[in-house]
Design a protein around this ligand. Structure first.
Ligand code: CTP
Ligand code: CA
Length: 230
């Protein structure tokens, strides 16, 4: 939709959106990361700003994307940096949307120098430590009336479908809304389109047909607006 065709129903609402994928360094030149492009988070920030919100975007490695007009952008790299930036912004926010792909683990040791291979040393083994779960912390520290939205990228497996995993994750995370994207086989990551479900803690389940990431963003903000009215 053109910006002037959008409702101004987020006027005065302070929102925080995280986007992109964090990088967890192994040494000065190497890192562990994921395939998130940041496009969905950017679309969320852009649409929220167009609908009148006061937007802070916390972006991890979304380098090819221009900063969305009207948003305050904080660029971060690691999960820990994202954690600090999101909590700082969330302290004064009405809505927090965790669209970023936050690394679950980081290398336990970060080498000061480039790791070298050697014929007389055994090959290195990477030990991982668990990163803090930012979304879980947001839910625990939630300000009164604050709406917390999570994202889940699921593939489905022998234990259950994409939707089964998502329903379990919504309960486990305690978020108000969970946007579930089906991923794998070229779906979602880095593409222009997304599909899935928007699950509410009140039991609502809105199917999201395959469409532009801006369309999904509009549907998500519609759901947030009706959540804030309750
Ligand atoms: N998330 C977060 N901090 C983390 C990991 C994830 O805030 N350390 C957030 C993501 O931004 C997303 C939601 O939690 O909004 C779900 O992320 P996901 O990776 O699907 O869930 P996990 O709980 O990490 O479960 P798993 O990866 O094992 O499926
Ligand atoms: Ca995860």
């Amino acid at each position: 939709a053109r910006p002037d065709a959008l409702p101004r129903d987020l006027e005065g609402v302070r929102v925080v959106v995280s986007a992109g994928g964090t990088r967890e360094p192994l040494d000065p030149v190497r890192y562990l990361s994921n395939r998130s492009s940041g496009k969905q988070g950017y679309a969320l920030a852009r649409v929220a700003a167009q609908r009148g919100a006061d937007v802070t975007l916390v972006a991890a490695h979304t380098v090819a994307l221009p900063d969305p007009a009207g948003a305050t952008v904080r660029h971060v790299s690691t999960a820990e940096e994202m954690r600090q930036a999101v909590h700082a912004a969330a302290a004064e926010a009405d809505v927090v949307v965790m669209a970023a792909a936050v690394a679950d683990f980081r290398p336990a040791n970060r080498a000061d120098h480039k790791i070298k291979k050697s014929d007389d040393q055994p090959d290195p083994v990477i030990t991982l430590d668990r990163n803090a779960d930012i979304l879980a912390e947001l839910v625990r520290n939630r300000r009164s009336g604050q709406v917390v939205v999570g994202f889940a990228a699921e593939t489905g497996d022998a234990q259950g479908s994409v939707l089964d995993h998502a329903r379990t994750k919504l309960k486990r995370k305690g978020a108000d809304l969970l946007m579930v994207n089906a991923v794998g086989d070229g779906k979602a990551f880095g593409t222009e389109d997304n599909s899935g479900w928007l699950l509410g803690s009140d039991g609502t389940e809105i199917p999201i047909p395959l469409g532009a990431k801006a369309e999904l963003a509009s549907t998500l903000w519609d759901a947030v607006v009706s959540f804030m009215k309750r």
